[in-house]
Design a protein around this ligand. Sequence first.
Ligand SMILES: [Zn+2]
Ligand SMILES: [Zn+2]
Length: 157
Amino acid sequence: MTKPCSKCKGEMSMQILDPFHGEEGDLKLSVQQMPSLICSQGHKRFIHIEFAAQLMDLMASPETFSSIPGAAKKGLFRKHYHCPGCDVELPASPTGRETLEVVADLSNAEPFKVVIEVPVFQCSGCGKVSIHSAEESGRLAFKATEHAYRSIDIHPT
Ligand SMILES: [Zn+2]
Ligand SMILES: [Zn+2]
């Protein structure tokens, strides 16, 4: 028996959500077909208490960005980034975005998909595309996920 809605005490049922979006810095993501509990008034709850954090942890994980090479970080006081291919200094601002499709296979849920548009830096020397670091991209994706949750007003209880 599913716990009733905490706002209206209505009955909740499992539904697949329409895609919803979040942004942080130059990173954008879209959470697609995430299961959630919804009442007849449209109040939303995560399907279990750990769910929201599990997805955010996945988004923050360096593994999630392992398909894009990371730059070489240099400088002690002023950090700058160099191309992992030819060591030319990378542009200060992102030159574009790479799209990653991440399968979220979380406990007690059908797998669903998150599409992440990761800001990348293209080297002016050799043309290779990289991110500053998987940790930096993960930080952006973590916050973007938080914004995405807020945009659809979904809660843990
Ligand atoms: Zn409700
Ligand atoms: Zn290069």
